[in-house]
Ligand binder design. Sequence first.
Ligand code: LLP
Length: 424
Amino acid sequence: MDGQDGLLFEGVPLQTIASAVGTPCWVTGAGTLRRRTRNLRKAFTERGVDIALHYAMKANDHQATLSVLRQEGCGADVVSGGELRRAIQAGIDPAHIVFSGVGKTDAELMLALQEEIGQINVESVEELRRLSRLARASSLTARVALRVNPHIDAGTHDKISTGRLGDKFGIDWDDAPTLYREASKLPGIEIRGLATHIGSQILTPTPFKAAYTRIAELVSGLRSEGLTVTMVDCGGGLGVRYRDELAPPPAALAGAIVETLGGLDLQLAIEPGRWIAAPAGLLLASIIDLKAQREGVSDFVIVDAAMNDLARPSLYDSWHGIIPLAPDLAYAETAPQTVVGPVCESSDVLAKDRLLPALRPGDQIAVLDTGAYGSVMSSTYNSRPLAAQVMIENGKWQIIRKRQNLESLWSDDVVPDWLDGAGT
Ligand code: LLP
């Protein structure tokens, strides 16, 4: 808050943006993206490690975000042909692109081969053999890491855990050595090392350390057989503070990696998404109406952003801070209120029983820390167009995506010929 300007983000009054662009509207702070990327890298360089940062673009894949992160020296972690093309479109050098994902189609693998990307993280024996066939048939070489599932519970939300026995990701721990041996002999495959990713929004270094300890043992075991292991991709997952969590600093992740893998003469890489992008974004919304409830039940604040815009609260019961933009509301008395969107689902709740000042229709709010897994997970459910997007840098701001126009919601629909004149 600053005088009459109300809530500021990177020096820009958010009321100005909300009023000029309308709501709902996503705002990305390029300065925050840059600062966090630099801090993350510094945690490693301070420990003498030159880590490769492959930004997990699933967190926020806007071309402007990708361009900022490319300027900051990041490559990209991609999980589909679409993301691969988007990363290349943003000018990211294919040599700095890693392709992860449990279900890569032949067409996607061919695209990765033809673009000669830096690394394909293979997740099964079937995929490894298929990739070898495709590479051989086209006389291309796939640089490969085996993504192993270390059977570690990262202690995070069930829906974003990926490294436990029974999770669909990665090669089973026990099968990894056999598959590595096979990969080292397969035509078209240049096996470079190992990858792992145990989950997202991880709030202690302990599971990271446990996973990397296992990986370090595997590296040593494979090398003792004469196999070559030159790199380890340590995945993403570093959590952030949304409410009052004690989120570990980057130094904790760097420490876990350096202590376990630092002495093994490996090229090291990570794939952070949330840690870089979440605090770099917010969602602006306006109050449509207030709906009073009987004594003892929180009143409803109905806003124009909904679960189709920000899916995280309805999907994972996640908590996001909410701050009114107007300066006179900054210090007003608060009462518990439940902030809901207009979508016809009871799960369309952005914040339940939240202490907020008395809001009025037309007041604007910011939903905080929505820069990762926010706009990218939006849908047009209930025929609600995708929200506008704005980027801020150095006190300047610009619309980076117009609000989707309504006609585009149905312009690709085709009504079968035989329905013409139906009902007449
Ligand atoms: N690498 C791989 C292979 C991944 O699967 C993921 C995330 C990342 C890196 C990046 O993880 P991060 O650094 O962002 O934690 N929609 C969920 C999060 C899903 C994460 C999926 N994988 C949410 O909103 O919480």
